[in-house]
Design a protein around this ligand. Structure first.
Ligand code: HEM
Length: 186
């Protein structure tokens, strides 16, 4: 178990972390389903769902990033080597960059393809003139970064599991909801 003043992130940070993880999974699954579908109104709806899941990722990551800057992260295990701590920080910054960059470029792609986003209660229309060449260019970047993002998520999950099952240092508890009576970051 971690012996620190703050053992875990606060409940809001933890909730957003797992919500973003779920939404990224839905965005990924919907992207692969779209790719297999013939042109139809069902494909258009699934594509819009992809836009909505992805946009929610973008919005939530911005909120979480701001919270992360204004709250104290729980301390790493006391025996963490400074180089490891630095590598973890760089890795997490890279994940943030991809969590913002992938959906942001997705939005630009959709807009250049003349597609808006329908959130049900309101819509966001494309502010750009539709441009096939530019749309294709951004689509390639969006897809390339998305695959890099999936690899980074895989690495992130592997490190977490390594800490949990091999090192058994309780690091994963930082991202688990507290049972009553345990300490957390403010
Ligand atoms: C975390 C968020 C997102 C992830 C992980 C993601 C992932 C992907 C992936 C993997 C593909 C390619 C699928 C294939 O191989 O064909 C794709 C395609 C696409 N994505 Fe996203 N995406 C995200 C967010 C968004 C957002 C927010 C938008 C726009 C609002 C968007 C717009 C698009 C478009 C236009 C395509 C091309 C679909 C087509 O082939 O017609 N994406 N996305």
């Amino acid at each position: 178990m971690l012996q620190t003043t703050a053992q875990r992130y606060n409940a809001l940070m933890i909730a957003i972390h797992w919500l973003v993880a779920g939404l990224v999974a839905f965005a990924a699954i919907s992207a692969f389903v779209i790719d297999e579908m013939p042109n139809s109104s069902a494909k258009a709806s699934m594509t819009n769902l992809h836009f909505v899941f992805g946009s929610l990722v973008l919005g939530l990551v911005v909120v979480r990033g701001l919270l992360r800057l204004t709250t104290t992260a729980p301390a790493l295990p006391a025996d963490t080597h400074p180089h490891v701590a630095k590598a973890a920080l760089i890795g997490h910054m890279g994940l943030y960059a991809l969590m913002v960059g992938v959906p942001l470029i997705g939005v630009i792609t959709a807009f250049y393809r003349g597609r808006g986003i329908d959130f049900g209660l309101f819509q966001i229309a494309s502010p750009f003139d539709s441009n096939r060449t530019t749309g294709k260019f951004f689509k390639e970047i969006h897809e390339l970064l998305a695959y890099g993002f999936f690899a980074a998520i895989g690495g992130h999950a592997l490190f977490a599991l390594w800490h949990h099952y091999i090192l058994k240092d309780g690091l994963m508890d930082r991202m688990r909801f507290a049972k009553s009576g345990t300490k957390r970051a403010e």
